[in-house]
Unconditional design. Sequence first.
Length: 227
Amino acid sequence: MDAELFPRGRTVIAPGAVHLPDWLDAARQRQLLEACRGWARPPAGLRTVRTPGGGTMTARQVCLGWHWYPYGYARTVVDGDGSPVKPFPGLLGRLAREAVTDALGAEALAAGPSAAFAYDIALINFYGAEARMGMHRDSDEACDAPVVSLSLGDTCVFRFGNTESRTRPYTDVELRSGDLFVFGGPSRLAYHGVPKVYAGTAPPGLGLTGRLNLTLRAGGFRPEPAR
């Protein structure tokens, strides 16, 4: 009812950071969910991420294209089963460029160092009811292309902060299933996190318990030398 009374529109959260509600329609949400279920299967499937200090992240993760681990990238699941990372699908590359164009304009892909690189990394995080994500920056890439974030399933509070520290000022944004959030330019290295997930708020027709977040990035890594 709230959505009908107060339609959600495009919101600029900070320079270079834009929230587009309901960007994915129901059909595209279901398509992405089915793809995620396939990507989550082993080998190189959904895993629990362990931090260097011995802790674990409460959101579980699967990677495509390049495997992220704290704090770098590899071509194999170096902190898991050791399998080669699954390839980055063209579907997500096209989706990333469409998202950036819709949120920031085509010029965001046509200028600066990011223009030379394609989107080639997906980090897919699964949040159960009690999962959280602490404030962090996406700073392990060698490319300044905008980060694309797509939400499926349960609604969450997405906390978008500043580039200097994990503390205030920050803005809390409600991300629902189908929402798009893009951050680049002066906001590319802003701290952000997920302090809360609202369990049981996923669209009934989606068939997902919990929340999936697809984060699409351009790594900008040089090709590995032939052996």
